[in-house]
Design a protein around this ligand. Sequence first.
Ligand SMILES: Cc1ncc(COP(=O)(O)O)c(C=O)c1O
Length: 404
Amino acid sequence: MVTVNRNYLKLPGSYLFSTVARKVAEYQSANPGAEMIRLGIGDVTQPLAPAIIDSLHKAVDEMAGKETFRGYAPDLGYEFLRSTIAKNDYQDRGCGIGADEIFVSDGAKSDSGNIQEIFGLDNKVAVCDPVYPVYVDTNVMAGRTGAYNPEHDNFDGVIYMPCKEENGFLPELPKETPDLIYLCFPNNPSGAAITRDRLQEWVDYANKTGAVIIYDAAYEAYITEENVPHSIYECQGAENCAIELRSFSKNAGFTGVRLGFTVVPKALERDGVKLHTLWARRHGTKFNGAPYIVQRAGEAVYSAEGKAQLKEQISYYMRNAKVIYEGLKNAGYSVSGGVNAPYIWLKTTDGMSSWEFFDYLLDKAHVVGTPGSGFGAQGEGFFRLTAFGTYENTVEAIERMKKL
Ligand SMILES: Cc1ncc(COP(=O)(O)O)c(C=O)c1O
């Protein structure tokens, strides 16, 4: 008799953004005249930069030539992209990461979900609360957690590290020692950033306890402050305890193009095994390489024109972040984030729950955001707005919210 992976049955309800989409669709069909502004899902709105488009066109043309056509890409990524990443994202920042420690993929969602496969099921997982849901759900699916606990709105067997207002939405070192620690900075959903000194404490802690940090730096391009690290490898000793996840989605608008990478340093060993070897085996077996065309587009992100154009794109979104942050602050809201991240995290008003505030904003302002409680129990009473809309829509949304 066929049995199913019953770990999946531990997951309650649907994925957060499916619920948001369903609620918005229902409201829209009941109120066809309502002009909605969507600042909910973290998807970009600006088109690909010209340097990237040029590179895509060129690569497509290469596919039409007998001499230049490419079939399967190398599992771990083309050398031209891996060495470009190693130089620009790491060596130029003083981090000793080599091209052969970079694994090119189709994005950070897959990598952040798949990376747990190389670890034993008896590892204890620690996550921030609130958290990007993929880290928790994929460990639930794998069977690395207990059951869902409706009273606490979380899973038994997971170490939740509360990120509260009084701590600047940063986690404290946990009392119980974890094996795997997921950290995401700049943070989704809170928009909080960690300083180099504070991150160094986590690296020292992991090296002392033998834990591994899975560091999601998908939003590093939004960092504006000097003391905020772009990579965990800016911290001393991180190559002995950390894996880093990166994405081209938010720095270059590749949410629909799909490209990312994971860094697994060769120095990183646990249980007598190099994690690099395990990830190479996993990647080589289950992934057949990101498309050549897309990897050429990724290379263009690092060209002089690409860099200049993307700097402007990021500034565009960060101008939106400022509009949201300052507009809401001046209107009396309690807000954070938005300085090193495209997310603004606000406290709901009048003691509303996150979902009550979602319905209220949808109904009274026709603005769509994301309920903080969807990211974990500590997100209750908070709400996330993104800076990824158009400037005009962002200004209009904040004007509407000011009038509430
Ligand atoms: C923290 C974090 N990691 C990873 C991802 C996924 O990135 P990608 O588009 O590369 O799969 C997101 C997307 O929103 C994210 O917020």
